[in-house]
Design a protein around this ligand. Structure first.
Ligand code: ZN
Length: 351
């Protein structure tokens, strides 16, 4: 029996060395368990293999039942935690803030405060702002880093992925040692290390219908850096319903685009511009088509700039406009966006 436990431990250890996800390692141990059970049931009593693996099938079945109960219990607890995470928004205690900035904060944000368009009131607006970033990947990584550095007081980050080796060519908020870790926690650690004066709320989950409205209601502004149309349409719909501006970025290969969708200001929503998702295969993902590493850095940083402009009222945000950056030829262009009257989300003649 000890031999079997040693084998299980070895499988786990080798899996860890090969950076296999925990789930794959558990499957391997599951297979080992089924093998042992088979030996116990199929071989006659006294068979050396059966003797070596613990002699009795009953004991192994009992262990199996215990393991199943433990897994089930873990799942239930995780489900409850997920729900609590969304309800309360955070596992980090809220940062307590006075009315005034500390000397250290004043020094930190001095380069903002001297800007005529931001100044003290703008920096205070940033501190009081709550921004939800959907996606902690290519676009989310630089956006999150700059929002935290700029002193945006409350930053929510939502993503259900874990950091993978192939992300690190462009997702600079995550590090090699974070491989296998949920992106939201890796991003949270990086942001807190960069600026302890902000509060980061990680949501390790996908944006779903069930939580979208409640969650978006807690924030002033949304940044969409997701890579799938389902999440984009959902984020757009809840943003329009809640009357919150949505800053949306997208990438493909060498080209990026960014716009601020804010129907409250009479400008179009995301679905006015992209009425329906392209047919499968027509919009290949980064994994299929590739993307040049610094491009999400350019567009994600622009998303952070637009967020700061929307929060502080500085300049003119990209409402009703889309900025397109062609990295291959070093060109940018802007196109005007029009609202569609028959848009099912924001149109007056809703179909
Ligand atoms: Zn619309």
């Amino acid at each position: 029996m000890i031999t079997v436990f040693a084998m299980a431990a070895a499988l786990w250890g080798i899996g860890a060395l090969m950076k296999m996800p925990a789930r794959a390692r558990l499957y391997m141990i599951g297979l080992l368990y089924i093998g042992v059970l088979f030996v116990q049931i199929a071989l006659p009593l006294g068979h050396p293999l059966r003797m070596a693996t613990g002699e009795s099938a009953a004991l192994w079945i009992l262990i199996g039942v215990f393991a199943a109960v433990a897994v089930l219990y873990g799942r239930v607890i995780k489900g409850l935690k997920d729900r609590a995470l969304v309800k309360e928004g955070a596992n980090a205690p809220p940062v307590t803030r006075g009315d005034n900035f500390s000397a250290s904060e004043l020094e930190r944000y001095a380069r903002h405060i001297v800007l005529r368009e931001i100044g003290g009131p703008g920096q205070k607006a940033l501190r009081d702002a709550k921004v939800l970033v959907i996606g902690a990947g290519g676009l989310g990584a630089p956006a999150l880093q700059y929002l935290a550095a700029a002193g945006v007081g409350t930053i929510g980050v939502m993503d259900d992925d874990v950091v993978e080796n192939a992300n690190l060519q462009r997702q600079v908020i995550h590090r090699d040692q974070d491989i296998g870790m949920p992106k939201v926690f890796s991003a949270q650690a990086a942001m807190m290390a960069q600026n302890p004066y902000v509060e980061v709320r990680p949501y390790h989950r996908r944006l779903t219908e069930a939580v979208a409205a409640d969650l978006v209601g807690e924030y002033d502004l949304l940044l969409d850096g997701t890579d799938n149309f389902e999440s984009r349409y959902l984020a757009n719909r809840v943003a329009v319903e809640a009357g919150k501006p949505l800053i949306s970025g997208a990438l493909s290969q060498w080209e990026g685009q960014i716009s601020v969708f804010d129907t409250g200001s009479g400008t179009p929503c995301y679905q006015c511009i992209f009425p329906e998702a392209p047919a499968a295969g027509l919009a290949p993902s980064c994994a299929e088509a590739g993307v040049i590493g610094p491009l999400p850095g350019v567009i994600g940083s622009m998303m952070a700039v637009e967020a700061i402009k929307v929060i502080t009222g500085a300049g003119q945000a990209l409402r009703g406009e889309m900025l397109i950056y062609d990295a291959l030829w070093g060109e940018t262009r802007k196109i005007a966006l029009k609202r569609r009257e028959e848009c099912p989300i924001c149109g007056e003649r809703q179909s």
